[in-house]
Design a protein around this ligand. Structure first.
Ligand code: ZN
Length: 341
C-alpha cells in the first residue's frame, strides 16, 4: 500500500510531468490556435524511457521552464496545471501538499492577482473533494526587486482575508547566485507579522554571511535545501551548529540536489548529517515533473541511504506533519489518517 505522506517543497511549474505538459500544449493550441509556442526539446515526447531519463542533465531540462511559462499564460491553464499537479501528488499517496509559485502577470491575459486567485480557488474546490489538502505558498524570486516582492505581499495579504486557510506562507526562491536574501528580511518579517509562515531556500550555494543572517536573525519556519551549511558541503563550523541550535526543519530534496550538483554524490548528502544530529527534516521533491522523482521514490532513496526500516520511514512521514503550515486541527486529522491501518 502507498505510504501516506506530506509534500512541503514543490514548485508548481516544475511539478508538471511531460504528459501534463503535452495536455497543456493541446489546450493552448485549441484556445489560441494561431499563436506559436516554444518548441519542446527533442527528447521530450512521452513515454520517456528509463534510459532517456537517466541520461538527462540539467541543461536538457532547464529549457522546459520556459515552455511551462508559455503554456500557463492564462487563468484556465493555471487552473488545469494546479489540478494536474494535485492529482499526481494524490496518486502518489500525498495527503497534504504545500505548493509554491511566483505570481506572474501576462499582458492582456492575466494579472498577478488573477494568477494567485486561480491557484487558491482551484485548491479550495479540490480540497472540498477530500483525499488531499492543498495550500499555497506565495513565492518571491530573489532576482526580482524588493518593490516587486512588496507588491506581491500586498496582494497576498488582500487574498489572505478571503482564503485564510489556503494561503499560508511565503517562499523565497530563485537563482541562489543572484540577489541577497538579507535584503528581503524586513519584508519577510512583515509577512510573518501578518500571520504568513516563512519557507526560505537557503545555502544552495556557499554563502556564509547570507546563511548566517537568515539562520540567526530571521529564523524562518522551514529551510529549503540548506546544502551548504554542513562544513563538508561548503558550509562552515559556525553555520552547522547555528542550524542545529535553531532547530529549523530542513526540506530535503535528494534527486534535485544531485541533478543540480549542489551535492556531489548521494552518500555525501547532508540528510545523513541531519539524521545523525537528530535534526528535523522533511523529504520533498522540489520539481518532480522535471526531475522524474515522485515523493515515494525520494522516500526510497532516503531509506536506502540511511538504512532505515519501513517503520522508521512511516514515522518520518508522520513526524513531517509537525512541520506543515496546517492548523492544529488539520494536523490532528492528518495524524489520525496516517495511523489508520
Ligand atoms: Zn525549490
Amino acid at each position: 500500500m502507498t505510504r501516506s505522506k506530506v509534500e512541503l517543497h514543490a514548485h508548481l511549474n516544475g511539478s508538471l510531468h511531460p504528459a501534463r505538459l503535452w495536455a497543456l500544449k493541446a489546450h493552448h493550441e485549441r484556445r489560441f490556435p494561431h499563436e506559436p509556442l516554444p518548441v519542446f526539446p527533442a527528447w521530450f515526447t512521452p513515454p520517456i524511457s528509463e534510459l532517456q531519463r537517466r541520461s538527462l542533465t540539467f541543461d536538457d531540462v532547464f529549457p522546459l521552464f520556459g515552455v511551462v511559462q508559455a503554456l500557463t499564460d492564462h487563468p484556465e491553464a493555471v487552473a488545469q496545471a494546479v489540478e494536474a499537479v494535485i492529482d499526481d501528488f494524490a496518486a502518489d499517496g500525498v495527503r497534504y501538499l504545500e505548493l509554491r509559485s511566483t505570481p506572474r502577470a501576462v499582458p492582456d491575459r492575466m494579472t498577478k492577482l488573477q494568477y494567485m486567485r486561480t491557484i487558491l480557488e482551484t485548491m479550495e474546490t479540490r480540497n472540498a473533494r477530500g483525499q488531499i489538502l492543498s495550500k499555497y505558498l506565495v513565492s518571491w524570486d530573489r532576482r526580482q526587486s524588493l518593490a516587486t516582492a512588496e507588491e506581491t505581499l500586498a496582494l497576498a495579504l488582500d487574498l489572505r482575508a478571503e482564503f485564510p486557510n489556503t494561503l499560508v506562507g511565503v517562499d523565497l526562491s530563485g537563482d541562489p547566485r543572484s540577489g541577497d536574501a538579507r535584503s528581503f528580511i524586513p519584508l519577510l518579517e512583515k509577512a510573518r507579522h501578518h500571520g504568513l509562515k516563512l519557507a526560505i531556500h537557503l545555502a544552495e550555494v556557499p554563502n556564509e554571511t547570507e546563511t548566517w543572517s537568515i539562520l540567526t536573525e530571521l529564523k524562518p519556519d522551514r529551510i529549503g535545501h540548506g546544502t551548504a551549511i554542513h562544513p563538508s558541503l561548503g558550509g562552515s563550523s559556525r553555520l552547522w551548529p547555528a542550524l542545529l541550535t535553531a532547530r529549523i526543519p530542513v526540506e530535503v530534496c535528494l534527486t534535485s540536489n544531485l541533478f543540480c550538483q549542489s551535492v556531489p554524490t548521494l552518500e555525501q548528502h547532508h540528510v545523513v548529517h541531519l539524521k545523525a544530529a537528530h535534526h528535523p527534516f522533511v523529504i520533498c521533491t522540489d520539481d518532480q515533473g522535471i526531475f522524474f522523482s515522485p515523493l515515494s521514490q525520494e522516500y526510497a532513496l532516503v531509506q536506502g541511504l540511511l538504512g532505515s526500516s519501513n517503520e522508521a520511514m512511516d514515522q518520518l512521514a508522520l513526524e513531517a506533519i509537525d512541520y506543515t503550515f496546517a492548523s492544529d486541527s488539520e494536523k490532528d486529522t492528518l495524524r489520525r489518517a496516517f495511523q489508520l491501518p
